[in-house]
Write a new protein. Structure first.
Length: 152
């Protein structure tokens, strides 16, 4: 009854557009396969140089690398390289561990696995190492006198 518009699929421009879409889809599919194969090749090459992260269990003792810890020493080069063996409380993910730190260290207790080194058992039984951080009460260093060796 009246005017009937021509169907879109009959026009020559629509046929060219469909061919263009098919061609673009085949190009995109080819590029996706190329990307996945190259990604697999690059990851295989990169992973050949990597070693897996060391695993620790809760209650293990580890040394903490002191490079990110601020201390009271005047020069960083005169400071301790590694700090006390600290006990691991728990693992966070596969690359970070929460340590049991003393109150004198005012850092967040979670450290990357690259900053931790396993602490060996004490080679000399009964040996006591002095604490790395002095005990502070209201900002003043406190010392405990164990015994008086000599007096005048």
């Amino acid at each position: 009854m009246g005017f009937e518009p021509a169907a879109l699929s009959d026009r020559p421009g629509v046929l060219n557009a469909k061919e263009f879409v098919k061609k673009m889809k085949s190009i995109v599919d080819h590029l996706k396969t190329e990307l996945t194969t190259n990604q697999a090749r690059y990851s295989k090459n990169a992973d050949s140089h990597r070693s897996p992260a060391r695993r620790y269990q809760p209650k293990d003792l580890v040394w903490l690398n002191a490079k990110n810890i601020r201390t009271l020493r005047p020069q960083k080069k005169l400071d301790w390289k590694n700090l006390d063996p600290f006990r691991i409380l728990k693992g966070i993910g596969s690359y970070a561990y929460e340590l049991e730190l003393p109150a004198s260290i005012r850092n967040h207790p979670v450290f990357h696995v690259n900053l931790l080194y396993p602490a060996n058992d004490n080679p000399i039984p009964g040996q006591r190492n002095p604490p790395f951080f002095p005990v502070e009460v209201e900002g003043i260093e406190q010392f405990d006198v164990e015994e008086v060796l000599d007096s005048r």
